[in-house]
Write a protein that binds this ligand. Structure first.
Ligand SMILES: *Cc1c(COP(=O)(O)O)cnc(C)c1O
Length: 478
């Protein structure tokens, strides 16, 4: 596809700027340009077609099914974008006097109140900009808690082998040694192996429930009890909250700290590296360590008046990505007390329905009921035909749908991890199931052809490492 500079023709243009309605002022020589700016010269039609063509090459949830497991790529209602775009929210400055932004502060206070209610926590910060950032903040709270008590022998964090890669990375960043616990055949934590590694050097456990294989650990109360009895704290990775929100609360499962991915569960589109929010909630005992500045009711209204002497400090400038919080609040208020649990139930129903519909063709890694996502293993297919999970994923691209997450979690071989989300209807899922089966049958009848896929996309099989490490993002004018 030609770039906008390549489409440029000398002398072409269009009048897009309104005519000047203020007196013209001469610019001093010092600031004046010496040459014309290098701008592409195009007609309005050229520009419109160029960007429409670009947009048509982008794949998003508005274009089709996007079952990227562990990512919750659900449809985010446009109304929440409209709300976050209101001038009262976008036209403010973080250093503005507090009495002029009472509405915005109230948005944060309300969002904190509702999200604490949903998670069973007592206080929350919106500073962290993403899930991994929230994990780091949360684990630092755990660290501050033990340090304040003078309990400095705790140097380990327990992480199950099914965990998202950010969990062990976070523990290491916070200065801890990671202790891995294996999963049992049903996909939950192996309780006996957990007991074997727990001692008085354990600072805490990091867990997501439902976990990364889409299984709700039915031993969760026993797991958190084992950690508590040994003097540790429990961290809940809430990136999978979409599976349980409004139905069960991390606080009631025995967790002390949680992070939420507002950009997964609460209506901020993600995937392009845009602003996120890894809100962190905690129980009363940890509140004094939350980041500063913190907001509270001060006198007449809201303000940054509360003082946290033992705070871990700032983890991000000002208050985090405020507009993401606005969207989360708009989403919660739209769905309400009935809609929030309903959304979760639909996400779980859709995943179970799809897994069941595929079960005569694809092998599920864990056979029982799943929560919001399920993992397929293509180990047998790979062994028999040489067709890998990657080949199947590439085959799905030719059918116009986004492939599931591949090769994750690491404990499942030739994994495809599917998360249909609650925003897909039965017709879409039925259609996608038929496509999954069609690609599987192609793999059985003509395995060689699968290694060539995709054949219908603009770019076929890029070198993924080079594409990530040496991206060419700038037009070379020479
Ligand atoms: C997405 C995810 C994270 C990390 O969130 P980011 O916002 O990408 O940093 C952590 N844990 C789990 C289980 C996730 O799915």
């Amino acid at each position: 596809m030609e770039l906008v500079f390549e489409l440029s023709k000398e002398g072409r243009g269009c009048d897009l700027l309104p005519s000047c309605d203020v007196p013209e002022t001469a610019i001093s020589e010092k600031f004046a340009r010496v040459s014309a700016p290098r701008l592409p010269q195009l007609s309005e039609t050229d520009i419109s077609r160029h960007y429409t063509k670009l947009a048509s090459r982008t794949f998003g949830v508005n274009k089709g099914f996007y079952p990227l497991g562990s990512c919750t790529m659900k449809y985010n209602p446009r109304i929440n974008e409209e709300v976050a775009g209101l001038p009262g929210f976008t036209g403010i400055h973080p250093l503005q006097p507090e009495h002029t932004v009472q509405g915005c502060l109230e948005v944060m206070a309300k969002a904190e109140e509702y999200l604490c209610e949903i998670t069973g926590m007592d206080a929350m910060t919106f500073q962290p900009a993403a899930g991994a950032h929230g994990e780091f903040t949360g684990v630092m709270l755990i660290k501050a808690y033990h340090e304040k008590r003078g309990d400095i022998k705790r140097t380990k964090i327990i992480v199950p082998d099914s965990a998202h890669g950010t969990n062990p990375a976070t523990a290491v960043m916070a200065g801890y040694k990671v202790i891995n616990v294996p999963s049992d055949p049903e996909g939950g934590i192996d309780i006996e192996k957990l007991k074997a590694v727990v001692d008085d050097q354990v600072a805490g456990l990091m867990l997501t429930n439902p976990n990364t294989v889409g299984i709700f650990d039915k031993n969760i109360l026993e797991i958190t009890r084992i950690i508590k009895d040994a003097g540790g704290l429990c961290y809940y990775d809430g990136a999978n909250l979409n599976a349980v929100m409004g139905n069960v609360r991390p606080g009631d499962m025995g967790f002390d700290v949680v992070h939420l991915n507002l950009h997964k569960t609460f209506s901020t589109p993600h995937g392009g590296g845009g602003p996120g929010s890894g809100a962190v909630g905690c129980k009363k005992e940890l509140e004094e360590f939350l980041p500063k500045p913190c907001m509270g009711k001060c006198g007449e209204g809201y303000g940054m008046c509360c003082d946290r002497e033992n705070s871990i400090g700032k983890v991000k400038a000002f208050y985090g990505n405020f507009l993401v919080v606005v969207k989360a609040l708009a989403y919660i208020l739209t769905l309400g007390k009935e809609g929030i649990p309903e959304a979760s139930k639909m996400a779980v129903l859709n995943a179970n329905y799809m897994m069941q519909q595929l079960s005569d063709t694809y092998e599920a890694a864990y056979k029982g009921r799943c929560m919001h996502e399920f993992v397929l293993t293509l180990e047998k297919l790979h062994h028999e035909t040489g067709v890998s999970a990657l080949d199947i994923a590439k085959g799905l691209l030719d059918e116009g749908i986004h492939p599931p997450t591949m090769y994750f979690p690491l404990i499942v071989h030739e994994a495809l991890m599917v998360e249909p989300t609650e925003t897909e209807g039965k017709d879409t899922i039925d259609n996608v199931v038929a496509i999954f089966k069609k690609v599987y049958n192609e793999a059985m009848s003509n395995p060689e052809a699968m290694h060539e896929k995709p054949v219908k996309t603009v770019i076929r099989r890029p070198d993924e490492v080079r594409a990530a490490r040496e991206p060419v993002l700038r037009y070379n004018f020479d």
